[in-house]
Design a protein around this ligand. Structure first.
Ligand code: HH2
Length: 276
């Protein structure tokens, strides 16, 4: 039996997400896409109803609920569903219709995860969607992210959450250089002792690299596939227990390869890995 890192498939029920915005706003289309990703081997489907991209328009509670609940309820009997939200009430109502994981880019909802008996993903973000990409600065990005994640994850554990993940929040208040530093030193985050989730999929820094300069303009999302796959494989090889991606089928095959090449590392995933 080989264990591989988990693959979380992204399902944004929004008009404005930077990659899949507008494709799955219709509930039937969203549920069909969720089922397609399940067939492709996704271990978790991450349902979101509010874009977190820089300068995204805020979404009301009622609107976010109306986007996500039907989709969470339809998919949760078939797969582990995570809810990508920063609103307590969305997390609570999603849990009531079957969501088992709370993916929190604000890293402030540990208490809700504990109360609802959900697994919890604490994501590092500097600033808010309005200002996070306005010249983000760190003295030492890796140690600042590590300190923050350790504090948030320990707090969630102390509140009683039994499964706590940490995520460096690629693109959340970070330049391309910061993102590359975090990937290069991912082992420091793995060493915190919590399973690590990494989401690089189709993000702008990959477009900058493929366009030739980390400082320059980014290539469009359609030209960021190779970087997405390469960075997911890199993260898994460096010890990430899971990757959050839009391109599920190829990433599942790549995750299996990582498990085959490095069964010892994969075995350390324990209960968190997918078995085949
Ligand atoms: N990235 C995005 C959203 N949620 N959650 C975690 N844990 N890690 C991430 O890196 C992460 C996340 C942004 O990507 P996406 O959902 O595709 O876009 P948008 O926020 O525009 O909906």
């Amino acid at each position: 039996m080989v264990v591989r890192p988990l693959v979380m498939g992204v399902l944004n029920v929004t008009p404005d997400s930077f990659y899949d915005g507008g494709r799955y706003l219709d509930h039937r289309a969203a549920i069909a896409r969720g089922r397609e990703m399940i067939a492709e081997g996704a271990d978790i489907i991450d349902v979101g109803g509010e874009s977190t991209r820089p300068h995204a328009a805020p979404v009301s509670l009622a609107e976010e609920l109306s986007r996500v609940l039907v989709v969470v309820e339809a998919l949760s009997p078939e797969v582990r569903v995570s809810i990508d939200t920063t609103k307590k009430e969305v997390a609570r109502q999603a849990a009531a219709v079957g969501a088992q994981v709370l993916n929190d880019v604000s890293a402030s909802l540990g208490e809700v995860a504990a109360e609802e008996n959900m697994a919890y993903v604490a994501v590092h973000r500097k600033g808010t969607p309005v200002d996070m990409q306005d010249d983000p600065r760190y003295d030492d990005v890796v140690s600042e992210v590590c300190e923050y994640l350790a504090e948030r994850a320990e707090a969630a554990r102390a509140l009683g959450v039994s499964e706590v993940w940490v995520d460096p929040g690629i693109g959340f208040g970070k330049t391309a250089h910061h993102n590359l530093c975090l990937l290069a030193e991912l082992r420091s985050i793995v060493a915190l002792g919590f399973p690590v989730l990494v989401g690089t999929s189709r993000k702008a820094f990959l477009g900058r690299i493929s366009a030739g300069s980390v400082e320059g303009p980014a290539a469009p999302v359609s030209e960021r596939f190779e970087g997405s796959l390469a960075s997911a494989v890199f993260a898994m090889a460096e010890g990430a227990a899971g990757v959050r991606v839009h391109d599920v089928a190829v990433t599942v095959r790549a995750a299996a390869l990582v498990g085959d090449v490095n069964p010892q590392a994969a075995a350390t995933l324990g209960d968190r890995g997918a078995r085949r």
